[in-house]
Write a new protein. Sequence first.
Length: 148
Amino acid sequence: MQQPNETTSVPFRRQPPAPARPGPSGAEEIVYTSSLPEKAPNPDYVLHGFAVQTSGWMPQLWRFYRSFEPAYIYGRTARMGEGVLDWDLHPAAFSSRLVAELDREVTTLHVDVTKSLRHDGLWANDRSVVERFLANFDPVDGSRPLDS
């Protein structure tokens, strides 16, 4: 097993997204690291958030979320599904950079594997996480509280 302070790059197993529409869950590579990249100057960008890993009978899958609550809920509900035997939640960053040789953007999911937020004990109460999620959920765009 690799040491947590090393940075390694692993090709993503699924088909990468179309170059015109890279998305936070469709990174072309995953980097396991102990330090996340900082904000990058344009045209490169870095979004900070959380990565959820699910594994089991089906291939390992990573999803990126900008907020903790939907990431946690995704991990908990995925674990209830058939074939998902485990899940974990880590601080993460999603980055995109223009690669001139390829004439397109390349997307990367950076996962801080030294910090597991699922096991830190702070989120043992699932109900409080769901309540915070619902308090800030807008069914129209999902980013604003209903009463704003």
